[in-house]
Design a protein around this ligand. Structure first.
Ligand SMILES: [Zn+2]
Length: 438
């Protein structure tokens, strides 16, 4: 016997139309059936046969797309670069027989927290031992606390020896052919896309002014991209300098992560490919602003975080100037980037980047969906798309902080009413203090 299909109408809400400059459409019924948006109608019609979720006085917008996260960590700061007690445990256990079970548990927990805090599409860009792939496969079967979440994963990142993530979430290669083989290896193990680290990062830079030291050659980048594309996989690249952006854009990279100034030539190449840039303010801002006693980072890293922040804003400006898709991600698992902080990324993008609330909301929904290749599936509230919705107490354009505590999250039609979000009080109070300065 076929199970009774769940039919819910989110009744009498105010819809935030992200495709129309966040215009508000009042008095709307959103009909959700079998995980999809079956219809959107004025709230005066017939609801017979539908379970009614009364959304009177509430605002509904699309679920968020966190286009850049790592799923093994909690975001608690620590002397271990990748941060926190849980991560220390990961590094120790990662290659032990127990390691895989622990990793899967951490990744699954991260997914549940992301979902409960409003992220309905999550792209993992660098985790250990394909633990992300295993959790994605479980989610596809509708298993686990994060059921409904659309998880897109890269498996381990790929870089050159000494590159960003070497020793943690990245594996290394030297000859271009070895890079191509690793891309094929990841694809063969179920990665949805390939992640590479072209430049260094804040955490591994040794000198002031060099957060984006180039670690991969143009030939290596091209070898990865050509092989990935031949296998139908896109390539996301960690980049924190203009030279890195140039190498990426001219050699096949699809999404520029973090980013820096884009030359005309680089922007034209990225645009022609239908590429995107993904801003990640969440870890860089606290690194830059907080005292070293709290961040446990040295002066070189603090200084370089400032460079990265400016470079990221420049990259987004260049992208807008050339009509390139802009998305955002939290880089969760980095110190100070928890799995519940996507709402902060929107606030940083709006206020620190200076792009405003509407641009932030667009980048976190339609922009993100486009960047990760899900523009026909999610990113806006439209008939036929996946039912990925946030029910909010206030208009997010007027108050982005309302995203911190969604009234309800709907992911692929699964309703999580009054989601319970686990937060670390200490870290939240530090980050809240910083936010007041914005
Ligand atoms: Zn990252």
């Amino acid at each position: 016997m076929k199970a009774k299909a769940q039919k819910t109408v989110f009744a009498n809400c105010t819809l935030v139309d992200v495709k129309a400059d966040c215009a508000l459409v009042k008095g709307v019924d959103i009909f959700v059936e079998e995980g999809r948006i079956a219809d959107i109608k004025p709230a005066c019609g017939d609801r017979t046969g539908w379970e009614v979720y009364d959304a009177t006085g509430k605002f509904v917008m699309p679920g968020l797309v966190n286009a850049h996260a790592h799923l093994f960590g909690t975001g608690l700061p620590s002397k271990v670069i990748s941060g926190g007690g849980a991560q220390k445990l990961v590094l120790k256990l990662v290659h032990s027989p127990l390691g895989m079970a622990v990793l899967k548990m951490l990744v699954a927990s991260a997914c549940a927290q992301e979902l409960n805090s409003g992220v309905t599409t999550l792209r993992g860009l660098g985790d250990f031992r394909f633990s992300d792939v295993a959790v994605r496969d479980a989610l596809k079967k509708g298993k686990g606390k994060a059921a409904g979440l659309d998880l897109i994963v890269s498996g381990p990142a790929i870089t050159a020896p000494g590159g960003h993530g070497d020793g943690t979430f990245a594996v290394t290669a030297s000859a271009p052919e070895e890079f191509a083989s690793l891309a094929a290896h990841n694809a063969g193990n179920g990665s949805d896309l390939i992640k590479i680290c072209i430049t260094g990062g804040v955490t591994d830079a040794k000198k002031k002014g060099e957060p984006g030291e180039v670690k991969m050659t143009a030939e290596q980048v091209k070898a990865v991209c050509d092989r990935a594309h031949s296998l139908g996989k896109k390539v996301a690249a960690h980049i924190q300098s203009p030279k890195g952006v140039e190498i990426a854009a001219l050699n096949g990279v699809d999404t520029v992560e973090h980013g820096a100034h884009m030359s005309e030539e680089a922007a034209a190449a990225l645009k022609a490919r239908g590429g995107a840039v993904v801003a990640t303010y969440t870890p860089a801002y606290p690194y830059y602003k907080l005292p070293p006693e709290i961040t446990k980072l040295d002066e070189v890293r603090r200084f370089n975080s400032g460079i990265v922040l400016e470079a990221m804003t420049q990259c987004v400006k260049d992208a807008y100037a050339h009509g390139i898709t802009v998305a955002m991600g939290t880089d969760a698992s980095c110190p100070f980037s928890t799995q519940t902080g996507m709402w902060r990324e929107l606030v940083y993008f709006a206020r620190l980047g200076g792009f405003g609330a509407k641009a932030a909301i667009y980048a976190a929904t339609m922009g993100g969906a486009t960047a990760v290749g899900r523009q026909d599936v999610t990113g806006s509230v439209e008939k036929g798309k996946r039912a990925d919705l946030l029910v909010l107490a206030e208009d997010p354009v007027q108050n982005l902080e309302t995203l911190r505590d969604p009234v309800a999250v709907v992911a692929g039609g699964r309703l999580i009413d009054r989601p319970r979000v686990k937060r670390n009080k200490k870290i939240e109070s530090v980050l809240d203090g910083l936010m007041k300065e914005l």
